[in-house]
Every structure is written in C-alpha cells, then in structure tokens.
Unconditional design. Structure first.
Length: 144
C-alpha cells in the first residue's frame, strides 16, 4: 500500500510541474544578444549608478541598455529597443525621466524603466527586454 501511495504522489508531482510556469510568452520581435557588462562604480562614467533614481545607457544589447539604480544595492537593466515591433532604424527608445518612448511615427509606445511595463497597456503589450543586473562588490554586473 505504501508503494502505491508513493507512486501516486510521484506521478502527481511530475504532472503538476510545468515548464511554462512563471515564464512569459517569448517575444517574436526580439533576439537574445549575448550581454556581459561589468560597470565599475569607481569609474566616473558609472558614478550616477551610486545614487537611486539615476541611470546610465550603454551601447550593448539590441539598441542599447539602460541600467537603472533602484537602491544602493538593487539595479534594473532593460534593452532600449521597442519590444512591440521588429527592430528598425527608429525603434531605439528615447528616455525622458523614467519613461522610455519609441520615436517611430506609427506607434506611441511608452514604457517605465522602473518595471519595463508598457505605460498604458501592460497586459496586451510586450514588456521591455530585461537583463540580469546585480551588484558584486563595487561593480554592477549586467548579463543574460
């Protein structure tokens, strides 16, 4: 009897696990470029990242990456290409405060760089492509 119960529990747990849990549908417009950045906070060009609310922009990623300082030990990194259409000559987003907006004339897509979500349609539009950003000593490591 114990073997049957154990077998049923194993079968139950095997079928209850899903690979798609917690994963969002893959964005068909964007690729996954290899990203590996080490931003040394001792260097003057990365000094703004020492202060919450500031950000820097790098040339890595698809159209550049914005790295945002949430707190003294928490960072966010998002690609600056508009995630809701194929990358083009106009799809590199521009920043105004914490809003990234696409300058393409055929859309009015705007996103929060504090979350990557679309400002008006977060449930129907793809979010900005996010990268891992972690503080390691005095260096912010951005990767995927």
């Amino acid at each position: 009897m114990k073997k049957i119960i154990l077998f049923l529990l194993i079968v139950f747990f095997a079928f209850s696990c899903s690979k798609s849990d917690d994963k969002q549908e893959r964005n068909p417009f964007l690729t996954d470029p290899a990203v590996s950045l080490n931003l040394n906070l001792n260097l003057p060009e990365y000094n703004p990242l020492k202060f919450p609310g500031n950000y820097i922009i790098t040339t890595q990623g698809i159209k550049g990456i914005v790295v945002y300082c949430v707190s003294e030990n928490q960072y966010l990194a998002f690609d600056l290409t508009d995630p809701n259409h194929v990358p083009s000559s106009c799809s590199r987003m521009e920043l105004t405060g914490v809003i990234a907006s696409c300058p393409c004339s055929n859309d009015d897509n705007k996103y929060f760089i504090t979350s990557g979500q679309h400002t008006t349609e977060p449930d129907t539009k793809y979010p900005m492509q996010q990268y891992n950003a972690q503080l390691n000593g005095n260096t912010v490591v951005v990767s995927n």
